[in-house]
Design a protein. Structure first.
Length: 108
């Protein structure tokens, strides 16, 4: 079975779909912004702890004398960096939805 688009599934008037998207975005945005903030704080914590960025550390590789903690931190740092980038894109897109549908539909 092929991928089904949400808009194709819903046989609703455009105004109703826009309202649903808007309300869903309003409800979801605070969670997404919280996730973005959490990821940003985690990444900053590692940057402060090691005095470098993940990109620089990845390009240079871990130091030869890196201990177990640094290896574990590096893995966790990569995870939080990925979460940060995905959350950033998602928050931007949800805000764009709100801007777009805000012009079309009033508050319900």
């Amino acid at each position: 079975m092929g991928k089904i688009k949400v808009v194709d599934m819903a046989k609703l008037p455009d105004k109703e779909l826009v309202s649903i998207f808007r309300q869903g975005a309003i409800l979801r945005l605070p969670y997404l912004e919280g996730r973005l903030l959490q990821a940003r704080e985690q990444v900053r914590g590692f940057e402060e702890k090691y005095g470098t960025t993940l990109a620089l550390l990845s390009s240079q590789g871990l130091p030869d004398d890196a201990d177990y903690e640094m290896h574990e931190d590096f893995i966790e740092w990569e995870y939080w960096s990925d979460v940060f980038h995905k959350a950033e894109v998602t928050v931007e897109n949800v805000r764009a939805i709100l801007e777009k549908v805000g012009e079309t539909v009033g508050v319900h």
